[in-house]
Ligand binder design. Structure first.
Ligand code: G4P
Length: 524
């Protein structure tokens, strides 16, 4: 119970460039996991690449170490999950957020809510997890804080409650005022440019020393703004925060470290410890004695030298011990959980024990799939990760027919990781596939990874289809159905028949012309 209570597992969501890498690094700095900021950041390569994902992937290994980071702070054990930097809505992001118990939404104070923030916010909403807002880059001129609060409400439809309020916002950021403690904290910059923890002075707002330190204009502005907030703003309600209806706001500068520790301390108090997860008709609570965990991410070739593949497991209940045995759902076979990895900031570490809320990476000899369950008793199915229907399709083959073997290996591997959905056209050999994706960027990722990890150049031809429908029941065999000329009959990786349609009109046509034909947009 003690181990569960002190755990906090969360993801940071943000638009590229808002400062996610910088903030993550500063949290590690405050947690003592790194001693000098700059070590994580320095490895981030040049920007403006096709996507953040590829940018990071260019230096493989970084994503390994930044997939999950664990550190300790004031008795808490913190797990930060890295959300993939895809620009599209992606299934990966959803899966990562299923493993998190809360999210930190990071905004650039000068920009407010941006396009990618909106998408990621909605993914969190679907999961109904608490969302904490950190408004960053206060060392520069930012939008008026009241306008930013209005932005959250207008664009995202969420009410907010500033836990702290900035003092000096026009590029002259001095500190924050904690509304609940009625306390001012002023920071003193040093010469390390944010590489080291900053010093601060803390005390009651009523202490006359702050009036002197801040000077009359800043002090009276603060008093005025606080009065306005107390009068016109929402009341703090932890229940609403936990339901994801009210977002607590923090202000700070990840670059200078001003506001980082006040955020971390209050966030840790409010953020929920590991919560229950639903497995079919069973709810597994973290306090359950028996071990349970599910696979939310699979990543191959994290280290090109080793060609390894790691399955990331979120522990939901019980205690994980190195070398323990668990029942693997699906085949319901016993597997030994050897060589568990915890992926720390800098290096992989073999772990002996882990608790609910923790993420462990297991070496995967190719047996795991997304959503698989590992449990002490077996018989569990994890239903928390929905599969989103693909909306874009392309036909792919290897440019060089001599590379057929690598092509096959790579494409199957990436489908198992959940990077793309894989289909076949009947009567066509293994040299050609149809791939499906929720966002078009996934195709670029596919092309890039096949080239870099399997040395295969792809021929890719986009298809005009946007709807995949599985045949649930049919009056006739698929080839004999009466379909529009553009409709394609394909099969998924488990040999189920799927119809690919260009538009909704042709789906209706198929149903009208074939009495008894039943279709589903979810794979059986
Ligand atoms: P990301 O992971 O969200 O994409 O953002 P990242 O941390 O890489 O930050 C993007 C840029 O914003 C970087 O500047 C970074 O230094 C800057 N930044 C992050 N936090 C703050 C902050 O609190 N204040 C200010 N003023 N800037 C901040 P860059 O010029 O692109 O890179 P660099 O040369 O500084 O490394």
């Amino acid at each position: 119970m003690k181990e569960i209570e002190r755990r906090r597992t969360f993801a940071i969501i943000s638009h590229p460039d808002a400062g996610k890498t910088t903030l993550t690094e500063k949290l590690l700095l405050y947690g003592g996991a790194i001693h000098m900021a700059g070590s994580v950041k320095a490895r981030k390569v040049s920007r403006y690449a096709v996507s953040d994902w590829m940018e990071i992937e260019k230096q493989r290994g970084i994503s390994v170490t930044s997939s999950v980071m664990q550190f300790q702070y004031q008795g808490f054990c913190i797990n930060i999950l890295d959300t993939p930097g895809h620009q599209d809505f992606s299934e990966d992001t959803y899966r990562t957020l299923v493993a998190a118990d809360s999210a930190v939404m990071l905004l650039d104070g000068a920009k407010g809510v941006e396009a990618q923030t909106i998408k990621l916010f909605h993914v969190c909403r679907m999961r109904q997890i608490p969302i904490f807002t950190f408004i960053n880059k206060l060392d520069r001129a930012i939008k008026d804080p009241f306008t930013l609060m209005q932005d959250l409400e207008d664009v995202l439809g969420i009410r907010s409650y500033p836990i702290n309020w900035p003092i000096g916002t026009d590029g002259d950021f001095k500190g924050v005022y904690n509304r609940q403690l009625r306390q001012i904290e002023l920071f003193t910059g040093d010469r390390s440019h944010g590489q080291a923890i900053v010093a601060s002075t803390k005390g009651s707002v009523d202490d006359p020393v702050f009036k002197d330190l801040l000077g009359e204009p800043y002090y009276s502005r603060l008093v005025e703004e606080i009065e306005l907030l107390d009068m016109a703003g929402d009341e703090f309600d932890l229940g609403r925060v936990l339901k994801g209806e009210l977002t607590p706001i923090f202000f700070g500068s990840a670059m200078t470290n001003f506001g980082v520790s006040p955020f971390l301390e209050e966030f840790l108090k409010m953020a929920p410890p590991p919560g229950s997860r639903v497995f079919g008709d069973k709810v597994i609570s973290p306090e359950d004695q028996d071990f349970t965990g599910f696979v939310f991410k699979i990543q191959a070739n994290m280290n090109p030298k080793h060609r390894d593949r790691i399955a990331f497991i979120r522990i939901c209940s019980g205690v994980f011990q190195r070398g323990m045995e668990a029942i693997h759902s699906g085949p319901e076979k016993i597997v030994r959980l050897a060589q568990p990895q915890q992926l720390m900031a800098q290096e992989r570490e073999v772990i002996e024990k882990a608790y609910p809320g923790d993420i462990v990476g297991l070496f995967d000899p190719g047996i795991f799939r997304i959503s698989d369950v590992l449990s002490a008793r077996g018989g569990l199915v994890f239903t928390g990760i929905p599969s989103f229907p693909a909306e874009h399709f392309a036909r792919v083959s290897a440019k060089d027919t001599m590379k057929r073997k690598q092509f096959l290996k790579g494409i199957i591997q990436l489908a198992q990781e959940g990077a793309i959905q894989l289909y076949k056209e009947p009567d066509i050999g293994i040299e050609e596939f149809i791939v499906g994706a929720v966002g078009v960027l996934q195709f670029e990722v596919l092309e890039y990874r096949l080239k870099n990890e399997y040395s295969v150049d792809l021929n890719m031809q986009m298809l005009p289809h946007h709807y995949a429908r599985w045949i649930v029941s049919s009056p006739d065999e698929p080839a004999k159905l009466n379909l529009t000329s553009s409709t394609r009959i394909i099969r998924d990786s488990r040999e189920n028949y799927v119809l690919l349609f260009e538009n909704e009109w042709s789906i209706q046509w198929a149903k009208d012309k074939n009495k008894g034909l039943e279709l589903s947009d979810i794979s059986p």
